[in-house]
Structure formats: structure tokens, C-alpha cells
Design a protein around this ligand. Sequence first.
Ligand code: ZN
Length: 241
Amino acid sequence: MKHLIGLQAYDIRIKEKLAQKEKGPAAMQKRKDDLAAAEALLQEKIDELDSHNSLSRETENEIQDLDERLKKAEAKLSGIKSNKEYKAALKEIENIKREKEALEITVIEMMEQKDELVSACDDNRKKTEEMKKQFDQELKQIMRDMKILDKDLKALEKERERCCKGTDTSLLKKYDMLRGHKNGIAITSVIKGVCQTCHMAIPPQKFNELIRGDKLMNCPNCARIMYWGEDERYQDHEDVT
Ligand SMILES: [Zn+2]
């Protein structure tokens, strides 16, 4: 029984360590996803800025084209003989100028938009770099924690093995089977007639039998192997460090 109590204590510790070990990769995945989202947002802003830049280059080219058309139209003026043609030429010049002014206003607006985009890019870049730095640090920390956990686990497994060696094989089989079925807890202490795992009272007669301690008994409710928790002989075996 003492061996089983020790074994149970080791198994609980091992289960805890394994659960801790699983947390590491999950936390990393979350961080990775966050970082990927930040990087995608940054790329989106960079693409937006790029297309904005090419649009503004196009607009500037259009203004240049209009300038040339204006020059040509103005040069034509001096050669014109008829009044009607002159009027039409003036009208064309007027139209070109109006078109050019509209584009110039657009260029100014685009410059303001560009400033906003550039600062959004900078902000996102800074944020992403900060996240990357944090990510690297956390990764290192998690790796360190994992190493420690592995070391602890190895030590616990060794102790567990030592514990197993001193235990009857058929009892071990029973213990392992119950552990598999009962959420990792195969044995339970009974204090003042109450199972400390399922919290059900066991019949007084059975409790008296348990205190006598001359046979292996299972909790009538949860089926775990019972021991009398107030028995001083078992106290030292309940905690392993
Ligand atoms: Zn029980």
C-alpha cells in the first residue's frame, strides 16, 4: 500500500508536468499566430503605400502630358487666322487648364494620404519588430522551461520505476488499469469514513475493515483502491517532492 501511495504521488506529479509541457507549444502557437497577423497587416499597409505611390506617379505624368498639350495649344494660337478657330483654341486651352488644376488638387490630397500611409507603415513595422523581439525572448524562456520540465520528468520517472520495483506485479497491473480508467487517480484515501476522491461515505462496516487493513479494498462508489488516510504509517508517502 505504501508503494502504491508513493506511486500515485509520483504519477500525479508526472501528469502535472506533462500538462505543463503541453502548455508551452500552445502558448507559442498563439504568439506565432499573433505575429503572423501583425506581419500580414504590415504587408497590407506596404502594398497600399506602393499602389498609392504608383497612382500618384500616374497622376503626375498626366499633369505633364497636360502641360505639353497646353504648350502646343498656346503655340498654335499665333498661327490662327479666323476668329472662330481662335475662340475654339482658347476654349481648348481653358479646358486643359481646368483639367490640370483638378489634377493638382488631387496630387495635394494624395500627398496628405501618403503621409498617413507612411506613418501607418512605420507604426506597424515598429509594432511587428517589438512583437518579434518578444517572441524570441519567450521562445527562449519556453525552451528553458521545457528543458527543466524534461529533467524533472526524467527524475520522476526514475523514482516511479524504483517505486514499482518494490510493488507486487498483480497489484501494479490493477493500479495501472484503474489509473487508466479513473482519470489518473487509482487509489484514494478514506478519512472519517469518506472517500477523499469521490466524496462519498462508505458503509461503517467497510470502513472498520479498512482500518484493520488486512485486505485490499475498493471504494464501493468510485472503485478506486482505498486506504485509511489517518493511518500514520502512510503519512510520509503521500507527498513526494
Ligand atoms: Zn470513492
